[in-house]
Design a protein around this ligand. Structure first.
Ligand code: THG
Length: 297
């Protein structure tokens, strides 16, 4: 099963037989003061930088979230969507729980974007799925409902079944629904990662749908979060995850290595290409850091 996303000029195909797709997470002001300030000031240079950096490090789709407290998101999201679309050919993933914000973004997003997200909550199913259908978009379905995030894999799969069924009823096919099984931190529950991995396996076996993961929650509250996130994402890929809303700079190499180990990279071509590109990008970062501390000439 393939989920196809499009910008004005580029198509991205998500599927188990394809290289894993990175959805760049960085255009999201939650906990990111510099971006929150840039959005408030209408200073888009920093957003331009985030777009270019994520694309450079292998993001094929870009998440766009403009949720800053007090900011008029309905007015802001079309501006950011148009900016991002004007400087990159990556399809977009519009990230908001508010149907008015999603509709405003979808009205100007080119091609076939991804909506992030619906869940099994009745209010969301009713308000968000019709917008997705009207726009011919794809959608991420979170495995949580009015009772929160279920404790077991089977219950999370039941929420996924409900989302898929409600989408189908409106004429949204299963290939346009990417299920996100959610992960809680292993810091407070040692079974948290295992439950999510089990959910991914069941989702693949029962529905064959694409699976997204925002893997960074798994390490919350623990030291060296990056190592845990990398190990977990690699395991999630083996279990059947096909895309992730993640930090391309930090997770890209692990993802390319795991694609290689899962036989999705003939002759290591993509791994080698990524390695060479990353070397150049790192050298550029060093150059910039040196320039920043050098007195002006
Ligand atoms: N599933 C789906 N959508 C999601 C998530 C998910 N959207 C939001 C989130 N989880 C994924 N996105 C992010 C974006 C930014 C950061 C983490 C997850 C992040 N941001 C700061 C930064 O960029 O420096 C750091 C903020 C902090 O440390 O508090 O880390 O799971 N469908």
């Amino acid at each position: 099963m393939h989920t196809i996303l499009r910008s004005a000029t580029k198509e991205v195909k998500i599927g188990i037989d394809r290289p894993f797709v990175i959805i760049g997470e960085k255009i999201n002001p939650t906990g990111h003061k510099k971006l929150a300030a840039a959005l408030q000031e209408g200073n888009f240079d920093y957003i331009r930088y985030l777009v270019e950096r994520q694309i450079g490090w292998g993001a094929e789709v870009l998440d766009v979230n403009v949720g800053v407290p007090g900011l008029d998101e309905v007015a802001m999201i079309p501006r950011v969507v148009e900016l991002v679309a004007s400087i990159s050919d990556a399809p977009l993933c519009l990230d908001s729980g508010n149907p008015d914000v999603l509709a405003a973004g979808l009205a100007v997003a080119p091609g076939k974007p991804l909506v992030n997200s619906v869940s099994g909550e009745e209010k969301r199913l009713k308000s968000i799925l019709p917008i997705v259908k009207d726009r011919g978009a794809a959608v991420i379905g979170l495995t949580m409902d009015d009772n929160g995030i279920p404790a077991t894999a089977e219950e999370r799969v039941a929420v996924a079944a409900k989302i898929l069924e409600r989408a189908a009823r409106l004429g949204i096919p299963a290939e346009d629904v990417i299920i996100d099984p959610l992960v809680l931190t292993v810091g407070s529950d040692s079974k948290a990662a295992h439950i999510t991995l089990q959910t991914i396996e069941l989702l693949r076996r029962e529905f064959g749908v694409n699976v997204n993961l925002g893997a960074s929650n798994v390490s919350f509250g623990l030291p060296d979060r990056l190592t845990i996130n990398q190990a977990f994402l690699s395991m999630a890929m083996q279990a059947g995850a096909t895309c992730s809303i993640t930090d391309a700079v930090k997770m890209g190499a692990t993802i390319k290595a795991t694609d290689l180990l899962l036989s999705r990279d003939a002759n290591s071509l993509r791994y080698l290409k990524y390695f060479r590109a990353a070397e150049k990008l790192r050298a550029m970062d060093v150059e910039q850091a040196v320039a920043a501390v050098k007195p002006g000439v």
